[in-house]
Every structure is written in C-alpha cells, then in structure tokens.
Design a binder for this molecule. Structure first.
Ligand code: 13P
Length: 247
C-alpha cells in the first residue's frame, strides 16, 4: 500500500512572518496525523524559518527548485547541499511554471533530478499537459516525453511524481477524478516500463485546483496517491482539511 502524500507548494507567496504564522497554527492542527505524509514547500527565503519550526514535527520540508551544479559562479542559484543544510528533505522539480516561465527543458530537469537524488533528496517530479495539448489529443505524448526525458537514468528510490495538468493549475478547473485516474494509470504504466515492480511503490500525486471540497473524491481513485496543492495550501485551516481528507 502506498502511503498518501499531501504537499503544499506555496510558490512565490509568504514572507518569513507569514510562514511563521501559518506554521504556528498548522503544526498543532495536524500533529496527530500519522497516515499521511505531509510536505510543505515555502519559497527559499522562508526555508530557514520553516525548518526551525518544523523540527521534531510530522511535517517535511521541501524546496521548490534547485540547481544541478554543486557550487560555482551561478548567480541567483541554490545547490542541493544548501537546501539539505537548511533542513529540506524534498525538492519539487519540473513544475510547469518553471518549464513555462524559466525555460526549463526535459534535459535541464533531468540534470536537476539526478543531482537532487544523488544528494539524498526526495524528488517531487512534475509533469502535465497544456489545454491545447489536451484538446489536440497529445496528453499521453506529453506525459511520455516528460517522463522519458526527465527521468532518464534515474532510479525510483524517493521518487514522487506529480501529475499537474496545466489547465487545472490556479484556474479553479479541477480534472475530474476520472481524468486524473486515466492520466495516473498511464503514468503508472510508463513507470512499470522504467522500474518494473517498483512502479507500484511510487506515489503519483495529482495537482490542479485541489480544495477541501474535492480532495476526497480525487483521492478515491486507485492510482491517485496524494496531492500537490497550490492556492488552497496557503491558509492553515484549508490545508489542514485537505491533509485530513480521510477523516
Ligand atoms: P493550484 O492548487 O493553485 O491550482 O496549484 C497547483 C500547483 O501548481 C501545485 O504545484
């Protein structure tokens, strides 16, 4: 059985003070949750604040991005060693916003995922098609390309996949549970090609307009093993309800 994983991606939201206020409310609210892995991904500038507050709790810390070189003259970048040092156990790689706005290609993302895995970080690797790609019947081609390119020569240990259809991100349009399951089943098949039986241990999260009202239905699908939550993870009570979807 795959343990559900619910992760908050705060994107470019929350100062240190806002991070502290959120976590001071959220940590006690979910301290008794043992059947779900909880991950929070604040922006880089809030990681230290979060890491201090999360010590000894059941909540894991993730970065939203990382660079693949170990160190050097790469102005503005942050290494795997730095995010480990600050207390991260996870890193999100390949979010569609990184692909779209920052030109990250499958090749770059593959290098990032390799560096992160080599450093011992759990990688939340994001994939997903645009509306145009879906409407022109290319969904599975895109998923295939992103998995084959992004996960080339990467083993399955500590690997989490997040299927986030771009048309569902921040739009209020959630994929139906059936659409999510269809894509996740396709991802699972691809993972079987790459990792054989180990594919059944890999969590595939769904992301895109998850809310307290729709998480339970999405989670009821057999290949949906969790969620990567943007907007609805920014308020402690809303994210608490999502984490407690099965209560
Ligand atoms: P929303 O939940 O705001 O749609 O964002 C999803 C997402 O991009 C999480 O990484």
């Amino acid at each position: 059985m795959r343990k559900p994983c619910i992760a908050a991606n705060w994107k470019m939201y929350k100062t240190m003070g806002e991070t502290e206020a959120f976590l001071k409310a959220f940590i006690p609210a979910v301290s008794s949750v043992g059947d779900v892995d909880i991950v929070v991904a604040p922006p880089f500038t809030s990681l230290y604040t979060a890491s201090q507050l999360l010590k000894g709790t059941n909540i894991k810390l993730s970065a939203q991005n990382v660079y693949y070189e170990a160190e050097g003259a790469y102005t503005g970048e942050v290494s795997t060693k730095m995010i480990l040092d600050i207390g991260c156990t996870h890193v999100i790689i390949g979010h569609s916003e990184r692909r779209q706005y920052f030109g990250e290609t499958d090749e770059i993302l593959n290098k990032k995922a390799k560096a992160a895995k080599a450093a011992g970080l759990s990688v939340i690797f994001c994939i997903g098609e645009s509306l145009e790609e879906r409407n022109t019947g290319k969904t599975f081609d895109i998923i295939k390309r992103e998995i084959e390119g992004g996960l080339k020569d990467i083993d399955s240990d500590n690997l989490v996949i997040a299927y986030e259809p771009i048309w569902a991100i921040g739009t209020g349009i959630t994929a139906t549970p059936e659409q999510a399951q269809e894509a996740h089943a396709y991802v699972r098949d691809m993972l079987r090609n790459l990792y054989a039986n180990k594919a059944d241990e890999i969590r595939i999260l769904y992301g895109g307009s998850i809310k307290p009202e729709n998480i339970k239905e999405i989670m009821s699908k057999p290949d949906v093993d969790g969620g990567l939550v943007g907007g609805a993870s920014l308020k402690a009570d809303s994210f608490e309800k999502i984490v407690k979807f099965n209560k």
